[in-house]
Design a protein around this ligand. Structure first.
Ligand SMILES: [Zn+2]
Length: 333
């Protein structure tokens, strides 16, 4: 039984729901049915909060649909995406203190507010400009500004990462050691190697090639799932994508350029936060073996060593070196 307090009868009474049609709302034909609670004894219309809320929700939903106004959920999603409070968002937008709060509670935004919010959602650069502007006009703190800008950078980086992962992930075949590109292993492996040796960008390719090929030879799979090509200095990650890789997957290491004699060298430095538990025991044996084999060699020596490998010798420039050449590796156990 549904019961509610009736102010006319001055007691809790049973009530019945009556339907009523709202045809027009703010210039739109909405045709939304409204529930109205009616006291069974006196016929008075009772105000019951939940019923009223449901009514407004349905009405506003319909209105939004029709008017293409931004929904409260879109606004909440925007705040969650950048991890900002209602207060921070109004400060960024330079709106009245309670504006966002009211919108998120179902009030319908004006067309200009709705359009602005939509642009904030659809255009990250615009959003960024608004945040920087709010900071320069002292409406938000440096802390808030940095928090949002970092979040934007993180998201841009995530997009770039996914592009690279797609670019490097191929069907399992002899060209990638029967493994799809594994960014987690790649990242941890580079960080670990860099923690053990002075790692130059040019040597990185050879370290990874030897590790992947030796692992293929002993455990019949590559570790990173990378595909390598012959290049004059030795095997390299396909299409020079190591450049993209080391600049994008930088949670566990960073690349720094510096002048060395007349040329620029890049050194990869470990952040020492690698996680070796992503590797199997057998993989770790291979990794440590190759690091030991090359730890006291310079770039030229490592390069020269790779030129002795059949996989490198028998291929022409830019050709893929398939993993079946692992069989002929000059080092291993
Ligand atoms: Zn009544």
């Amino acid at each position: 039984m549904m019961k509610a307090y009736c102010p006319v009868c001055r007691k809790e009474n049973e009530y019945t729901i009556k339907k009523s049609l709202i045809e027009d709302f703010k210039g739109f034909k909405v045709n939304v049915e409204e529930d109205i609670a009616v006291c069974n004894e006196c016929g008075e219309e009772l105000l019951i909060e939940e019923i009223e809320d449901d009514n407004s929700k349905r009405l506003y939903e319909k209105y939004r649909e029709l008017s293409d106004t931004i929904s409260y959920q879109d606004i909440i999603n925007l705040r969650e995406k950048y991890n900002i409070s209602q207060r921070e968002l109004v400060a960024i937008l330079n709106w009245g203190k309670m504006t966002i709060n009211r919108y998120e509670n179902g009030a319908i935004p004006s067309t200009s507010h709705s359009d602005l919010l939509k642009q904030m959602i659809n255009d990250e650069l615009f959003f960024k400009q608004k945040v920087e502007e709010a900071f320069h006009k002292n409406r938000i703190t440096k802390k808030t500004c940095d928090k949002v800008l970092n979040k934007i950078e993180e998201q841009e980086n995530d997009i770039l990462r996914n592009v690279i992962i797609k670019l490097l992930s191929h069907e399992e075949s002899i060209e990638n050691g029967f493994k799809k590109f594994d960014p987690e292993k790649f990242e941890n492996l580079v960080s670990y190697i860099a923690s053990r040796v002075t790692l130059y960008k040019t040597s990185l390719n050879k370290f990874l090639w030897y590790i992947d090929f030796l692992n293929f030879k002993t455990n019949s799979r590559s570790i990173t799932g990378l595909t390598y090509q012959k290049y004059s200095f030795g095997p390299i990650i396909e299409n020079f994508h190591y450049e993209l890789l080391i600049n994008t997957f930088d949670d566990k290491f960073f690349a720094e350029e510096f002048e060395y004699c007349t040329r620029t060298e890049t050194i990869i430095t470990s952040k020492n936060n690698f996680d070796l538990s992503v590797f199997t025991e057998d993989e770790l044996k291979v990794i440590d073996f190759i690091i030991k084999a090359f730890e006291n060699k310079n770039c030229t020596e490592i390069s020269n060593k790779s030129h002795e490998e059949r996989g490198w010798k028998e291929k022409s420039n830019r050709e893929v070196i398939p993993y079946d050449y692992a069989e002929y590796l000059s080092i291993g156990f």
